[in-house]
Every structure is written in structure tokens, then in C-alpha cells.
Write a protein that binds this ligand. Structure first.
Ligand SMILES: NC(=O)c1ccc[n+]([C@@H]2O[C@H](COP(=O)([O-])OP(=O)(O)OC[C@H]3O[C@@H](n4cnc5c(N)ncnc54)[C@H](OP(=O)(O)O)[C@@H]3O)[C@@H](O)[C@H]2O)c1
Length: 242
């Protein structure tokens, strides 16, 4: 059997996803770099291939079922399993000039389509291949903004200008707990990740964390050994409050 771990990262043509692909590729994994635009994915993958990594682009738009199924057929057909799934793709579309109650339903639907329903569908479609792995790992990218505890603390001061994004990420952490319970008697571990506030297109130029450090929690959760946690929410080695 081919023992090189097989990984898939969604939304990996830029930002934290691309850096996660780089760090997992550097560890010797065979990485599928998911991108909703295959040309952008290939351009990103080529840079990693040039450093000798086994990274290849695969078209995957988390809102388009046909691309999710095609990616699963491609990876499952070739390798017979998936060892690591990093659900990284996301959008932040809140209108920051508006209050939470004023965000349009179109915005709620568009954000949940990617950040939550897309993540759930990718997981469902790849689940049979994750069950074929001897040590499946699922990493769900949440955010510190997912924390209800921190949002509800009047002293914490988490911004309320991204209510739609924040609630979509809370759904991701809640789903992570449900899935971990389902998988508790299997080798598969699933955890939610807060990468920190990271300098990317989404995080913006003011963010204090480099993309290299921002990818570290995803990489840690993707490479947990058999004694590692499941059903948790982590930033670096710390637990994030729900
Ligand atoms: N940056 C931060 O400070 C921060 C903080 C907390 C959590 N996070 C989370 O970390 C993850 C990565 O964020 P980032 O900062 O790297 O964001 P980013 O630079 O904006 O990259 C987002 C990625 O998601 C992809 N994407 C968007 N919609 C998609 C779809 N429908 N199907 C497939 N891919 C799609 C984008 O593809 P295109 O290039 O085609 O648009 C891009 O590759 C996200 O889950 C984010 O919520 C980030």
C-alpha cells in the first residue's frame, strides 16, 4: 500500500490554505490543492511543485456539488482513501457599515453556502474515503469569532461587525462536535481550528500573524497522532472557548 498520506485542502490557491499545502507538502504528504478556479489552483501548485513537493491542483468549488463529487472520484479512484481533509475555504461578505440585524438575507445565504453547507457537503462526500484511511484527520477552519463565550463577554470586545461570518463559523464548531461524536469509535479525528488573525486577503494587512504561523494550527490538527484530541476547538496548543 502507498503509505504517503493523501491530503485535500479546500480553498488552497491562496492564503492560509496555500500555506497549509506548503507545510503539509514539506512533510512529505501528497497534497491536493483544492481551488474553485482550476487555473489559479494550477498556478499555485506549480510553485510548490518547483520546490519538489507532491502537490497537485484539483477543481473544487464547495458550492458546486458536481466539482466535489468529481474531486472525490479523482482522489478516491487513484488512492482508495483520503487521510487528511482540511476544510479551509471560506468567505467573509458582511457589510461592515451595517448592524447584525441589518445584514441582508442574501449575505446570510451566500456566506452559509460556502462556510457551512459547502463544508458539510465536502465532508459528507469524502467521508467514505476518510473511513478507508488508517488515521483520518479532518480540520475545520473556524475562527476566534466563532466563540459564543467570547462574543457574549461584554469585556472581551469581539467585533460585532462580522455577525454573518461569525455565526457561520459558530455553526462550523457546533458541527465539529456533532461529527466527532459520530466518529468516536473510529480512527478519524475531527477538530475545529482558530488560525488567529492572519495577514491574508480575508484577514487584511493589519493582521498581526504571518501566514506561516497562521497555518500552524491546521497543520498540527492534520497531523495529530492516535492519542490526539477529537471534537475540540484549538488555536495553537490552546483550547478556544466554544
Ligand atoms: N485570515 C484570518 O485572519 C482568519 C481568521 C480566522 C479564520 N480564518 C479562516 O481561515 C480560512 C482561510 O482564510 P484566509 O484568510 O486564507 O482567506 P483568503 O485568503 O480569503 O482565502 C480564501 C480561500 O477560499 C477560497 N474560496 C472562497 N469561496 C470558495 C468556494 N466557493 N469554493 C472553494 N474555495 C473557495 C478562495 O478561493 P478564490 O481565490 O477563488 O476566491 C481562497 O482560496 C478561512 O476558513 C477563514 O475563515 C481566517
Amino acid at each position: 500500500m502507498n503509505t504517503v498520506p493523501i491530503a485535500l485542502i479546500t480553498g488552497a490557491n491562496r492564503g492560509i490554505g496555500l500555506e497549509t499545502a506548503r507545510q503539509l507538502g514539506r512533510q512529505g504528504m501528497h497534497v491536493f490543492l483544492g481551488s474553485r478556479d482550476l487555473a489559479r489552483g494550477r498556478a499555485a501548485a506549480e510553485k510548490l511543485q518547483a520546490s519538489g513537493m507532491a502537490v497537485e491542483a484539483v477543481e473544487l468549488d464547495v458550492t458546486r456539488s458536481s466539482t466535489i463529487r468529481a474531486a472525490a472520484d479523482l482522489i478516491g479512484g487513484r488512492f482508495g482513501r483520503l487521510d487528511v481533509l482540511v476544510n479551509n475555504a471560506a468567505v467573509a461578505l458582511d457589510d461592515k457599515t451595517k448592524k447584525p440585524s441589518q445584514q441582508s438575507l442574501d449575505t446570510w445565504r451566500a456566506v452559509f453556502a460556502v462556510n457551512f453547507f459547502g463544508l458539510v457537503e465536502v465532508t459528507q462526500v469524502f467521508m467514505p474515503w476518510l473511513h478507508k484511511s488508517q488515521a483520518g484527520r479532518i480540520v475545520n477552519l473556524a475562527s476566534g469569532l466563532a466563540s459564543i463565550t467570547l462574543h457574549a463577554d461584554p469585556k472581551d470586545g469581539l467585533p460585532k461587525t462580522m455577525a454573518v461570518y461569525s455565526v457561520s463559523k459558530t455553526a462550523v464548531t457546533a458541527w465539529t462536535v456533532q461529527l466527532a461524536a459520530e466518529l468516536k469509535d473510529t480512527p478519524i479525528k475531527v477538530n475545529a481550528c482558530d488560525p488567529g488573525w492572519v495577514k491574508t486577503d480575508l484577514g487584511g494587512p493589519e493582521a498581526p500573524t504571518t501566514v506561516e504561523d497562521g497555518a500552524k494550527t491546521s497543520v498540527r490538527l492534520a497531523t495529530l497522532d492516535a492519542n490526539g484530541p477529537s471534537g475540540g476547538f484549538f488555536k495553537n496548543n490552546q483550547t478556544v472557548p466554544w
